[in-house]
Design a protein around this ligand. Structure first.
Ligand SMILES: Nc1ncnc2c1ncn2[C@@H]1O[C@H](COP(=O)(O)OP(=O)(O)O)[C@@H](O)[C@H]1O
Ligand SMILES: [Mg+2]
Length: 339
């Protein structure tokens, strides 16, 4: 780890009194987790995963980020006990990664889930529920519930083979939450979803945490969505962890980044303010975002007056770096240092 990079884990440090103290606080813990796919036949340039040490706090929605080939799926496969690491250790819900019993308490969506095309959504989920040993008295009701949650109830009797990628992804999420898991591990769950599907997915994830107390660990490339729903993230590049921590800490909400004004109502005075802004962006839902890198006393007064006049419709915030520029900054810095 070089100077200037974030620390690998900024979550509460482990206590010296042993692992027992940490079991209640973290749903996933890894220490120097390493996976080298090299064999005597094929020598890899570098390990796919290199000394990953990370702790995922209970109750968090955690975004696991990194470019293609960074090692995200490798990590997730280890956590699910699908492949063995070549070094280090990992615990999930306080148990070793290969503990079979603990899998009943986890919901998992792999990066390329396999579906049975000739079954209906309902039949497919019924098979999954049987595999999860959900008692027959509760199975039908639970399958109907999860179909409702992922907005697939109208397609319950349609064959999975006729579904679009987005619909398949919803069925995948439905099977992941069938057993009311304490922890959801999802590999690229947003892939293939249109903006409506992504919005619904975000609502489902937050509902799983807020209503059912689940923790969520998911990998994604869609940084704006990660920024919207995750409280914590980590960034992986070429198998190595570049940083991890609370999003609000990493994107430091301090005044050095200037002022951000979110606008939902435009009168002439607000339009005039737009001409003074360093950056004007039109967002979804007819919202505008104005960024001011520095504020003259006059601009400062103008913004405060408009904010007082329009209330929530003209909202003043301290600007912060967005996740996209933070992510690309970290990756570029790492690629330059290790090219
Ligand atoms: N079964 C495998 N055998 C050899 N190399 C692999 C295998 N699976 C993944 N890799 C390599 O490990 C690295 C990390 O891959 P992966 O974990 O799938 O990354 P990500 O999910 O972040 O895109 C890549 O360089 C990939 O080519
Ligand atoms: Mg992957």
């Amino acid at each position: 780890m070089t100077e200037g990079r974030c620390k690998p884990s900024v979550f509460p440090p482990r206590t010296d009194t042993g692992r027992e103290d940490t079991l209640d606080n973290f749903v996933i813990e890894t220490e120097n987790l390493t996976k080298d796919y090299s064999s005597w036949l094929r020598k890899a340039k570098r390990p796919a995963l290199n000394n990953l040490t990370i702790s995922i706090p209970k109750g968090s929605v955690f975004g696991f980020l990194g470019p293609n080939g960074a090692g995200k799926t490798t990590t997730i496969k280890i956590l699910m006990g699908l492949i063995r690491p070549t070094g280090g250790m990992a615990t999930v819900l306080g148990k070793p990664y290969d503990d079979v019993e603990v899998k009943n308490r986890i919901g998992f969506l792999p990066d390329s889930p396999a579906f049975t095309p000739q079954l209906s959504a309902m039949e497919f989920l019924d098979v999954c529920a049987r595999l999860l040993k959900i008692p027959s008295s509760k199975r039908k009701q639970r399958v109907e519930e999860v179909l409702e949650i992922v907005r697939m109830a109208p397609h319950a009797k349609s064959k999975v083979g006729t579904f679009s990628r987005g619909m398949l992804q919803r069925v995948g999420i439905a099977q992941a939450i069938l057993n009311s898991p304490e922890l959801l591990i999802l590999d690229e769950p947003l892939l293939g979803l249109d903006p409506y599907g992504r919005q619904e997915f975000k609502e489902i994830i937050l509902e799983q945490r807020d209503k059912f107390g689940a923790s969520v660990f998911f990998s994604s490339h869609i940084l704006s969505d990660v920024e919207e729903i995750c409280d914590s993230i980590s960034i992986l590049n070429k198998g190595r962890l570049l940083c991890a921590g609370k999003l609000s800490d990493l994107l430091s909400r301090d005044t050095d980044n200037g002022v951000l004004v979110k606008i939902r109502q435009c009168d002439d005075a607000v339009k005039a303010l737009m001409t003074d802004a360093d950056n004007v962006q039109k967002k979804e839902n007819d919202e505008w975002e104005l960024t001011f890198k520095t504020l003259s006393p006059e601009l400062d007064r103008k913004i405060n007056e408009l904010s007082a006049k329009h209330g929530e419709a003209v909202k003043r915030l301290n600007a912060r770096e967005d996740l996209e520029s933070f992510f690309f900054g970290k990756i570029e810095e790492d690629n330059l240092e290790n090219s």
